[in-house]
Design a protein around this ligand. Sequence first.
Ligand SMILES: Cc1ncc(COP(=O)(O)O)c(C=O)c1O
Length: 374
Amino acid sequence: MLIRVFLLFLLLHPFSKGEAKKNEHTLSLLKNSITIIIFFYYKVYLNFILMLIKNHILPLETIPHPLFHEKQISLKVLRTDKTHPVISGNKWFKLKYNLIEAQKKGFKTLLSFGGPYSNHLHALATAGKANHFNTIGIVRGEEHLPLNPTLSDISREGMKLYYVNRRTYRNKHLPEVIEQFRQLVGDDDPFSEGKSAGDFYLVPEGGTNKLAILGASEITNDIPDDTDFVCVPCGTGGTMAGIISGLSEKKQIRTKVLGFPAMKGGQFLNETIRTLLNEKKTSSQQVDWELFYDWSFGGFGKMNKSLAQFMYNFEKKYSIELDPVYTAKMMYGIVSMVKNNFFPIGSKVIVIHTGGLQGRRGMEQQIKRLLTED
Ligand SMILES: Cc1ncc(COP(=O)(O)O)c(C=O)c1O
């Protein structure tokens, strides 16, 4: 067991330390190669080996938007969506230490929650399978057959799905509701081996907890020291808290973190992020951060013609796919803020592409309709 935990740690260790450390690549490659050989021995899935290699070279892509040029702003996108074909973007960072913890504690089963297009469940199903965990997904709402592309991918990866009504879903953090899930899973006994049925490692919605913050803090390894602003989309606030924490640990306090909530009324995130940072006991170095609420486009998962058009043009010009739920809204907000002179002349801005592109499949028709609408 200890050897497996150690090997998993090696595999998950952040090899990429940003532009300044490119000369360490040879050493990292050697380390990676040894890890790969060991993992071949342990028959870990090829997907994870690919992830290791991709994680090693997170691209930082400049957006040559004429407006940015005019305002003398350098804007680069950090492509965390390139970490892995499935466990992509912030998911990889948020799951990493949770999987290590579950393995350390000897759990055989992971349980988590999500909507029918959940990026989080999608990533967890694959990450769980690759690390030999059984996985259970509690899905908000009723089952609809045939399964949508997200849920059908998830099922194919072996995740067992349970559907719960919205009220139960809303109360999923309450001990009595968690106990209900334990009973449900225990009665059904989908995975009887190992620990007793109904005994699972619980990963919260969106994967956000203390260990997720620790993982997300490692995104800052790829944020150059001379960055003035980092922009990140927000759902549960975990990724943003991780970035604030990472910058604080690095004492990179000149960098301000800007968060873009994807839902209406994202003001509650101020408190959530503060609590997450306190739990993480983020060092006393103060990193400035702020949330911007004007770019939710009417609510979570909602979009309009203007957003669809923006996304279409951005993707065509810069060949970077966005997702309408998180990254497109954030990017729209950033461009508007540049127009309104929010960023001082000469600012260096890094935008975190948090992935989520799989979820787009559920909105493709809506995007097409909006684009052709008068
Ligand atoms: C693609 C994408 N971007 C951003 C977020 C928001 O991350 P967080 O919940 O950590 O705020 C999510 C949700 O987890 C997501 O799926």
